[in-house]
Design a protein around this ligand. Structure first.
Ligand code: ADP
Length: 468
């Protein structure tokens, strides 16, 4: 089963981890406790046995010694020889005189007997002497390297057992309670930490294409969620810009398409209003053809831009002699430059061939030269050039024209952008020339750079990587 809520998943994970940790810690505590309890008990048995041994060696009369009996009763609440005390002779027989008749008969294992014969004590746990197992110490009493007696002292494991039970009861009581508290605390923490996500979700739901100016609330804490909110807002800003650009583009495109159609319609309506001479019809048709050409150009330009944007611009790649291409552009546009008293010249041309779409490269260069002629006054000069290094070809188009301000330089490659200077000219541009040129450069993996200052002319440089 998959749990959708992160809050619940976090809480479950946290609780499971805590349970495992507590169980490990509890288990370790239990092992430590049992080790130290048995250790303590063995120590106590050893001390009692030693005290008794000294007594036995000094042949003291009273047995068991009253002070040990007393001390034992004070510390443990009972005395070992109430039940578990016994003296044996060297051959292992029970010494009836010095073993209280009330005490249960303590067994003597062969291991304990063997150890005692070698002067060693033995600790054993013996079952069947009472309700609980008994911890039994068999210690030899030695005199001049000879075993003269054996002392057996035992202690019931009842108190240890009871301590274990108490420990387990405490664990069983506190563990679920602690887990419950920790789980509710964890859930509350997760709930608080994830609250901004709910707010972000609600805000994101409100934002649609029409309301891209709205933003997600930033908490300003600098944590992961705040970073997420900031990233979302940056993305919204980019989307907002892109949407505005698309809207502007559609509005500009419709406007640019509408203008020639309106002119065309007006001209045709006027000419149809009354009877005209053949000359007048011809003039109107020529003008109409101009508008149709302009519209067709515009539509073709828009199509090229749309294809380039979608990455489906078809490229007819072949070997292109760039020097030759520049010469052809020069020859084609020279009459236009001459008609405006502009000197169009070929500058330094370093011969170079690259792989590319010849027709499109020519169109790109023509657009730049056409602009240079358009925005350079009479007596100006437009120069075409070609340079290259080992990696890059540079097509240069520079003019001595009006120049472009730094602010305008940021926008001139946008479709339909025209500087206010350009708008004031009688010349009708489409505003697509540079965007198309840039798309063609980009389709060849290149870029276009501009250097210009108002009144100081402009210089456009197309950089295209040379791919062999
Ligand atoms: P347009 O059809 O208006 O020429 P472009 O995309 O070719 O459209 O150019 C965009 C704008 O860049 C022009 O309107 C003009 O303001 C400016 N521009 C382009 N080339 C030059 C240049 N050589 N000198 C000055 N301004 C230029």
């Amino acid at each position: 089963m998959y749990i959708k809520s992160i809050r619940t998943r976090l809480t479950i994970w946290y609780t499971c981890l805590l349970t495992v940790t507590l169980l490990i810690v509890g288990g370790a505590a239990f092992v430590l406790l049992s080790y130290s309890l048995s250790h303590e008990m063995d120590n106590a048995l050893d001390s009692v046995a030693r005290a008794l041994m000294e007594r036995d060696q000094s042949r003291a009369a009273t047995f068991p010694p009253s002070e040990i009996d007393l001390a034992f009763r004070r510390f443990f609440g009972f005395s070992p020889w109430d039940h578990y005390f016994q003296m044996r002779d060297p051959s292992g027989n029970r010494d009836e005189h010095r073993s209280l008749p009330s005490t249960a008969k303590l067994p003597l294992s062969s291991t304990a007997l063997n150890n005692a014969m070698r002067g060693l004590s033995t600790f054993e746990t013996v079952e069947g002497l009472g309700e609980y197992p008994v911890r039994l110490l068999t210690m030899p009493v030695m005199e001049s390297n000879r075993v003269i007696n054996m002392i057996q002292v035992g202690m019931s494991l009842k108190s240890i057992d009871e301590t274990y039970v108490r420990f387990l009861l405490i664990m069983a009581g506190t563990l679920p309670l602690g887990l419950l508290l920790a789980a509710s605390g964890g859930w509350l923490l997760a709930h608080r930490a994830l609250k901004p996500v709910d707010r972000m979700t609600a805000a994101a739901r409100r934002i649609s294409a029409e309301h891209l100016s709205q933003r997600v609330e930033e908490t300003g804490t600098g944590d992961e969620l705040d970073n997420l909110a900031k990233t979302l807002n940056q993305m919204l800003t980019r989307l907002d810009d892109a949407f505005s650009q698309i809207r502007r583009f559609s509005a500009d495109a419709s406007h640019e398409l509408q203008t020639p159609l309106t002119i065309l319609k007006g001209e045709l309506e006027v000419v149809l209003r009354s009877k005209r001479t053949a000359e007048e019809y011809r003039a109107t048709l020529e003008s109409a053809l101009e508008e149709v050409d302009r519209t067709a150009n515009l539509v073709e330009g828009l199509l090229l831009l749309a294809r380039a944007e979608a990455g489906v611009l078809r490229m007819d790649r072949q070997e292109v002699d760039l020097g030759q291409m520049l010469e052809e552009v020069y020859i084609r546009l020279k009459p236009l430059a001459d008609s405006r008293s502009i000197e169009l010249q070929l500058g330094a041309i370093e011969p170079l061939s690259i792989q590319g779409d010849r027709e499109r490269l020519e169109r790109m260069t023509s657009n730049l030269v056409d602009n240079a002629i358009k925005y350079t006054g009479a007596e100006g000069r437009v120069t075409l050039g070609l340079e290259h290094d080992s990696r890059c070809a540079s097509i240069l188009v520079s003019d001595t024209g009006k120049g472009i301000s730094v602010e305008d330089q940021k926008h001139i490659f946008q479709a339909f952008y025209r500087t206010s200077e350009a708008r004031s000219l009688a010349e009708r541009g489409t505003g697509l020339g540079l965007s198309i040129a840039q798309s063609i450069a980009a389709a060849h993996g290149g870029t276009i750079k501009v250097e210009s200052a108002p009144g100081r002319g402009s210089s456009f440089k197309v950089l295209i990587p040379i791919t062999s």
